[in-house]
Design a protein around this ligand. Sequence first.
Ligand SMILES: Nc1ncnc2c1ncn2[C@@H]1O[C@H](COP(=O)(O)OP(=O)(O)OP(=O)(O)O)[C@@H](O)[C@H]1O
Length: 331
Amino acid sequence: MDVTPVADDGQRAASITLDGIGKRYPDGTEAVRGLSLHVDAGELVVLIGPSGCGKSTVLRMINRLIEPTAGRIMLGDSDVTRVDPVKLRRQIGYVIQNVGLFPHQTVAANVATVPRLLGWSTDRARGRVAELLELVGLDPAQFGRRYPHELSGGQRQRVGVARALAADPVVLLMDEPFSAVDPIVRTRLQEEFLRLQAEVRKTIVLVTHDLDEAVRLGDRIAVLSEGGRLEQYDQPAVLLGDPATPFVREFVGADRGIRRLAVTPITREVLDPLPADGGAELPAVPLGGSAYDALAVLLTSAGGHAVVTEGGRPVGMLSRARILALAESAG
Ligand SMILES: Nc1ncnc2c1ncn2[C@@H]1O[C@H](COP(=O)(O)OP(=O)(O)OP(=O)(O)O)[C@@H](O)[C@H]1O
């Protein structure tokens, strides 16, 4: 299969179209019924929903680790059900919770797995491994020679991502990629991952249980209920601000107002005028920064005020009350 680059910036990435896909397991369980979903090239879409709703089944149908029993899956213009599954999987990176690195191979050999299968020359593969390890923040000279058991959980996860990207896949599938590490490492990995995605601009479908992760990472979030039923497919702020169904309302929870702050930037509209002294004594938060981060500052600032700066210059004042009003308007 050859999928032509579709992203504007020339990166290799393909759109994904699920067209009425279904999966009935041999025992009769209907894990997914008639799901349709389109993911643009270069977009990061998160699948979320309660346990057993069919998220992993959907993900694994895209690379045909599970064969759909109904519907069509398109990668760009190619129908994946007509492609040799082995070839297909070389075009699709796959990252799972516990990474699944080969324990008796070095980090470098692990990352080079698909390039080797594709018959790349040793030099080309070696160059690519170094490039990828740098990209995920691991020094190739130091880490390339190590074995998986000589890494921390977060480092293993990064190697998993590097391996999945090694052959420049058109799509990256990620099943709970960050859930095996502790919350602090998870947040750091998520931030690094967003930076990485800004660079590689792959089409990514990521499955998670964690709504905060979905809100932080997703360009769009697909909320599924049992049987892979699509309840809502929207940008995080829309999902939190305007749940489409009672199921979604309950799923995003009573604290969705607070969650929404994470995807709401501080704009000039919510600012009050600066005090006479220019707010010199107050803590500062940047214009355009997230309202959630601003709230964290405001909760510890005396009087509940902060100055908002643009390029280091104060442009207005922000109060805790304004932020809480923003959160309530989503409640
Ligand atoms: N091989 C199988 N045979 C029969 N039923 C299966 C099989 N694999 C999964 N299922 C069922 O299909 C449904 C969807 O499973 P799936 O793993 O896709 O859900 P999920 O949303 O990813 O769940 P979780 O969040 O718990 O990982 C579940 O009811 C599950 O029991």
